[in-house]
Every structure is written in C-alpha cells, then in structure tokens.
Design a protein around this ligand. Structure first.
Ligand SMILES: Cc1cc2nc3c(=O)[nH]c(=O)nc-3n(C[C@H](O)[C@H](O)[C@H](O)COP(=O)(O)O)c2cc1C
Length: 399
C-alpha cells in the first residue's frame, strides 16, 4: 500500500537509458495506484508541478557524466522550489559493461549524493538513492554494445528499480549499497589506525590454540580451525612468519568488519530504520573491548561473528525458508565449537520466540510456518554438539 498520493519524476536522458529507468519506476507507481507524472527536466515547470508535503514524492533521474551529475541537472536541482518536507529520491544511471558473462558496474562518483545534498539543503526529505548499471554510452571511451547485449544489461536493472520504488512507497528509506559501503569504509579506517598503532597481544592460555591436532577435551575446535584456515592461506601465499599478527589481522579486517556489518543487519531487521542501524554498526567499531578482543589471540571475535550470523538468520525464520534454519543450525554448531557457553542458545531462541510471539499471534499458521524450521534448527544443534561430545567420550571417556 503506497504511502504517497502522487509522485513526480523529472529525468534527463541522452540515449534513453535513464528514460527507460524512469518508465520502469512509473510502472511500479501505477501498480501501486499512485498518481504519477514523468517529465523531461527541460520541459519542467516545478513551481506548478511539485505538490509540497509528505504525501508527495519527487524523483530525479539522471545519467552519470564524468563521475558526477551533469551540470544541467545540478543547475536544475538548484532551481527547484523549497521542499517544505516533500519526500524525494535520486536515481542515477551508470555505464555498465559486459565481458563474456561477467557484468561490470559503472561508477557514479558523486552524481547521486550531490543532488541528494542539494535537495536536502532545499528542505526535501531524502528517502533513498539508487545507482543502475545500464549500458555504457560513453562511446568516446569504449565502443557501443550490440542491441542484444544492451537489452540484456538493461533488463537486469528492471527488478532492481522496481524493488527500490517498492520500499520507498512502503515508507521505508533505501540508501542500499552506499550505507553498507560507508560502514565498511569506517570499519576499515578505524582498524588501519589501530593496526598501525598497537602491537597484537597474546594470552598465555591461548598458545594451545595453535596445536589443532593436540586438542584436549576442554578445547573445542572452532577457533583452532579458524587459525588453521588463516595459516593455510599464508602457506599458499606466503606473507609473513609473524603468525600472531596474521591472526589479529584476520580478526580485525575480516571478522571485525564483518561483525560491524552483521550488527547493522540485525539492527535493521529489528527496527527497519537504516540510519539507526548504521549508527549501531559504526558504534560497534568504537567499542574499546571489542577492538581489544580483535587484537588478541582470543575466541571472542569469532564467537561474535558466529553469534551475529545465527541471529541474522534466525530473525528471518519468519520468511519460512528451511535453508535459513539449516544454515542457522550450522552456524550455531560452529558457535558452540568456538564457545561452548552457547550450548543452550539453540533451544533458548525458539522457546523465547514461542513465548514472546505466540500469545500475540495465536495463529495456527504461525506455528505451521515456524515449527519445521525450529525442528531442523534444533536437530542440527543436537547432531553437531552431540557429535563432539561423542567424539570426546570415545577418545577420552569424558563428555
Ligand atoms: C560524456 C559521458 C560521460 C560519462 N561518464 C560516466 C561515468 O563517469 N561513470 C559511469 O559509470 N558512466 C558514465 N557514462 C555512462 C552513462 O552515464 C550511462 O551510459 C548512462 O546509462 C547513460 O544514460 P542515458 O542513455 O540516459 O544518457 C558517461 C557517458 C557519457 C556520454
């Protein structure tokens, strides 16, 4: 159900790519019964056409020129009347390419965010930004594509813009790739600074993690397998003999960055608020203890990755897909192998969901949808944790 009464699209298009994207967006407005107009920017009369207010949506569609917005579109955005809270989004087409079966994206540079900034300053509420990889028409740089290839590249983008418009019409914000990209940039930048500043630490107790094949019964295999994985990469492509630094590097730049993205995802799944979730993801990188753990030979960072992965998958159980339960179960087992403290979490999560949601839902369909997933999830947990206990019983006569 659309949140908007009307939508207005202004577009600029040289060879028709952006115009096509605008018409696809228009189709989705029609599908959702939202009154809409698509007008070329050079025939626009914004003062009479833009209806101000939160029930109106303005979309600017433009191609990328020289890694930014074409000057005429910047001037056009500057000339628009004050937004007074009118909602707006920006859609930029980029020059995609295709080599064999591989599609390469274009690069929009500042095209979308420059216009978003102009509109924001003018009092519009920016609801989303999207980049679409249409066929590259910069023929001074590369030869054009055949009609067939161009068509293939074009139609790949239709579902993308349709899904984008859908989220906007549902009242959600959608900054897609850029939110994730900026989070990765911040997470990496913080860690480059720390890696350069600090020396990795090692806990005396942790040294035994290096001896995978000499594990005693109190050492579960999760973390040693992770260490072994990093060391084998180093064996394949010899980089360093300083194994502690290598492991901390893996924890910081692989697990740490991933954790910050996973936390962003969890926050988004729970609140559906991108800015809040982005803040949570960024905040994670400035936690003194978290970074301290990443810098030592400790199980904590890997445990957080696995725990967050389980939660991300578990929160999507409501979609009813069995594959989610299978993977959540596998990650749960890996988590138990890394930190046995989480042994009962696999039972606790379904129990919590049942008592938390069932009284409100009280629907048979709720149980019908979730029960098979819970059974699969718990079964994988039992097989995984039980398998390790059995191995200990056989080898050491001890669970
Ligand atoms: C002069 C010129 C500069 C371009 N610069 C870029 C660029 O920096 N990055 C990019 O991804 N595509 C670039 N492109 C490709 C177009 O943005 C892309 O093909 C777009 O889909 C064209 O849309 P249109 O057919 O509506 O004009 C450029 C195209 C031209 C003609």
């Amino acid at each position: 159900m659309s949140k908007y009464q009307q939508a207005l699209i202004y577009f600029m298009s040289g060879t028709g790519n952006t115009y096509r994207a605008a018409t696809w967006a228009g189709e989705e407005f029609n599908n959702q019964n939202t009154k809409m107009q698509i007008i070329p920017f050079d025939r626009a009369n914004p003062t009479t056409e833009i209806i101000q207010g939160e029930k109106s949506l303005l979309g600017l569609f433009l191609p990328t020129h020289g890694f930014t917005a074409p000057w005429v579109m910047i001037r056009f955005a500057l000339s628009l009347p004050a937004g007074e809270g009118t909602h707006a989004f920006i859609s930029v087409t980029r020059g995609g390419t295709k080599f064999g079966n591989i599609y390469m994206p274009g690069f929009e540079g500042t095209a979308a965010y420059l216009l978003a900034l102009i509109l924001k300053i003018k009092g519009y509420k920016i609801r989303g930004v999207i980049g679409l990889d249409m066929p590259l028409n910069w023929t001074a740089l590369v030869p054009g594509f055949s009609n067939k290839t161009a068509e293939k590249m074009n139609t790949r983008m239709k579902p993308k813009i349709t899904a984008f418009i859908n989220t906007i019409l549902n009242g959600e914000k959608n900054f897609g790739f850029w939110t994730v990209f900026s989070l990765i940039l911040i997470a990496v930048a913080v860690r480059i600074f720390i890696f350069w500043l600090m020396h990795p630490g090692i806990h005396t107790d942790s040294v035994t993690f290096f001896f995978l094949n000499e594990l005693d019964m109190v050492r579960t295999p999760g973390y040693p397998i992770f260490i072994e994985f990093l060391l084998s990469i180093n064996d394949l492509i010899p980089i360093t003999t300083d194994y502690i630094s290598l492991i901390c590097f893996g924890q910081l730049f692989f697990l740490g960055v991933l954790n910050s993205l996973l936390l962003y995802r969890i926050a988004y799944l729970l609140t559906r608020k991108r800015i809040f979730s982005l803040f949570m993801g960024i905040f994670y990188n400035f936690n003194y203890f978290i970074i301290g753990f990443e810098f030592q030979l400790l199980t904590e960072t890997l445990s957080i990755t696995l725990l967050f992965s389980v939660i991300v998958l578990y929160l999507q159980f409501f979609k009813g897909k069995k594959l989610l339960a299978l993977f959540a179960g596998i990650f749960m087992v890996l988590l138990i192998y890394t930190k046995p403290t989480f042994l009962l979490l696999g039972i606790f999560l379904p129990t919590l969901t049942f008592f938390g949601f069932y009284p409100k839902e009280k629907k048979v369909s709720f149980l019908k949808k979730l029960t098979p997933l819970w059974i699969l999830f718990i079964a994988v947990n039992i097989i995984g944790a039980g398998g390790w206990a059995l191995r200990n019983k056989i080898k050491f006569d001890y669970f």
